[in-house]
Design a protein around this ligand. Structure first.
Ligand SMILES: [Zn+2]
Length: 120
């Protein structure tokens, strides 16, 4: 006879694994809520499947309110933290990537065209 945890993992898409009970309690989540947030197993930001290493599923929370927002892969979760969960910074970062300050320069400087450094 399988446990509730094993049954939930068996019925979920491949790769689903419940966090330890203490971790779920820490965030105030039930196993069912975590399963719902995990969805089909893809990070909602980068759209890559959860997996081992940097794509491990993490419970993301708002660092001001401590409210759970969802499940992200490790890389995207860290990135939110590096940017202090600041949506304005992310919007400016996206705008920067779409329109870098050098976009109107012709030609645009390229790293591979840089002169060799002293000692290279
Ligand atoms: Zn991601």
């Amino acid at each position: 006879m399988s446990s509730f945890r094993q049954q939930m993992e068996d019925e979920a898409p491949k790769g689903f694994k419940l966090p330890p009970p203490a971790r779920l309690r820490h965030y105030g989540l039930t196993a069912e809520q975590y399963r719902e947030l995990w969805g089909d197993g893809f990070c909602p930001i980068c759209l890559k499947p959860f997996g081992p290493g940097p794509r491990t599923a993490c419970i993301d929370h708002d660092h001001r309110t401590w409210e759970v927002r969802g499940v992200l892969d490790t890389s995207c979760n860290y990135t939110l933290g590096y940017m202090h969960d600041n949506a304005d910074w992310f919007q400016r970062a996206a705008n920067y990537l779409l329109h870098p300050p050098t976009e109107l320069w012709t030609p645009r400087p390229r790293l591979e065209d840089a002169p060799p450094r002293q000692g290279d």
